[in-house]
Design a binder for this molecule. Structure first.
Ligand SMILES: Nc1ncnc2c1ncn2[C@@H]1O[C@H](COP(=O)(O)OP(=O)(O)OP(=O)(O)O)[C@@H](O)[C@H]1O
Length: 279
């Protein structure tokens, strides 16, 4: 079943064409990386999928799980309901800093419970249990009662992912979720997203700056340049020379060879010293 189907989507901000006739299908259960240099349209595309941004009038359509969330530059009347099924994680974590981590995770229930309960912060024992389980799922059960503002960046991002688990969404859109994290926290977040995708069968679309993460964690990559799709295929096929061809000098911001540790080389037994070829 198709999870996300986009046809002829264009968007301009003033004279800037942020999306240029984008068409794309993502099947349920896929884990897809969106790659592109700064300003290539990744965030704009993600915001259109969840109906936070509306495309230009015309033939454009964005369907999520078989229902149109926007069509011809108009948001569907049921878009708000559909958003319950779409978890979104941003680079800036978007937690309420003065609330406890558990309270933040519980906010994932807001789309499904009566407004008065959300306003009063009245959650059932079952909902609290599910929120604690979600925190355990992302590996930070011990911080449940801490103020969200006291967490490290990596922990905040984990809490944001836990909130989408509580939301029970079938689709998770992550907009540069690792952009402000150190390499080890970034790897952990990508591992969690990959596990959620694999084990919960949640369709994941992750926008990334560095192609190494796409190659390691996402079987498929969609690469954008100036709002257009310039590559869509297996991440392993998006080689560094191809990135240079696609992005020219801008490819440097997508290739970070030192970002990920190389697999340890097997130890060699002592050998007689060799004279290097270039000596
Ligand atoms: N609300 C807006 N108003 C004006 N211009 C915008 C707006 N949102 C995006 N743009 C422009 O549209 C283009 C695409 O932006 P977008 O944020 O989607 O790129 P991106 O690939 O996510 O970049 P980055 O990796 O730097 O986040 C950019 O030129 C940006 O300046």
């Amino acid at each position: 079943m198709t999870a996300i189907s986009i046809r002829n989507l264009s968007k301009s901000f003033g004279k800037k064409r942020a999306l240029d006739n984008v068409s794309l299908d993502i099947q349920r259960g896929e884990m897809v990386a969106l790659i592109g240099a700064s300003g290539s349209g990744k965030s704009t595309l993600i915001r259109h999928i969840c109906g936070l941004e509306i495309g230009q009038a015309g033939q454009s359509t964005v369907e999520v799980l078989g229902s149109s969330i926007q069509h011809g530059g108009r948001l569907a009347t049921k878009a708000r309901d559909m958003r319950r099924n779409i978890g979104v994680v941003f680079q800036q974590f978007n937690l309420v800093g003065r609330l406890s981590v558990l309270s933040n995770v519980l906010l994932g229930n807001l789309g499904r419970i009566p407004v008065w309960r959300g306003t009063l912060g009245w959650f059932t024992a079952e909902e609290k249990k599910a929120a604690r389980a979600a925190l355990a799922r992302v590996g930070i059960p011990e911080v449940a009662w801490q103020r969200a503002s006291t967490l490290s960046g990596g922990q905040q991002q984990r809490a944001a992912i836990a909130r989408t688990l509580v939301q029970r969404s079938n689709i998770l859109l992550a907009d540069e979720p690792i952009a402000s994290l150190d390499p080890s926290s970034a790897r952990r977040i990508m591992e969690i997203l990959a596990a959620v995708n694999r084990e919960e069968n949640i369709t994941c679309v992750v926008s990334l700056h560095q192609v190494e993460y796409a190659r390691r964690y996402c079987p498929r990559t969609v690469a954008l340049r100036d709002g257009r799709i310039v590559f869509d295929g297996p991440s392993s096929e998006l080689t560094n020379p191809m990135l240079v061809e696609l992005y020219g000098a801008n490819s440097e911001e997508l290739i970070l060879p030192e970002a990920l540790p190389q697999p340890a080389k097997p130890k060699r037994v002592a050998e007689p010293e060799r004279v290097p070829a270039f000596a």
